[in-house]
Design a protein around this ligand. Structure first.
Ligand SMILES: [Zn+2]
Length: 84
């Protein structure tokens, strides 16, 4: 059975992620680099991947929104001109 494709790491954009099962029985999507990303714990692999993908989408949207605001702020300053 094929699982949903995992989206890249929300922290470092690494596309090489694995699902690990912890002693507690929870399954987590984990980044294979040293960035420290650990996805939400779920009872099965399919759900762990789904939750990870949701988080990735949320963080990506937040990041893009922050960038957009930053750009808007920079433009406002540019238009403000120099010293009075
Ligand atoms: Zn990562």
């Amino acid at each position: 059975m094929a699982y949903a494709k995992m989206k890249p790491c929300p922290y470092c954009e690494n596309a090489d992620l694995d699902v690990y099962t912890y002693d507690s029985g929870w399954r987590h999507v984990e980044c294979t680099t040293s960035c420290g990303y650990l996805g939400p714990g779920e009872g099965n692999i399919r759900q762990a991947i789904r939750s990870h993908n949701d988080i990735r989408d949320e963080r990506r949207a937040e990041y893009l929104e922050a960038m957009r605001k930053k750009d808007a702020g920079r433009r406002a300053l540019d238009q403000g001109g120099g010293e009075p």
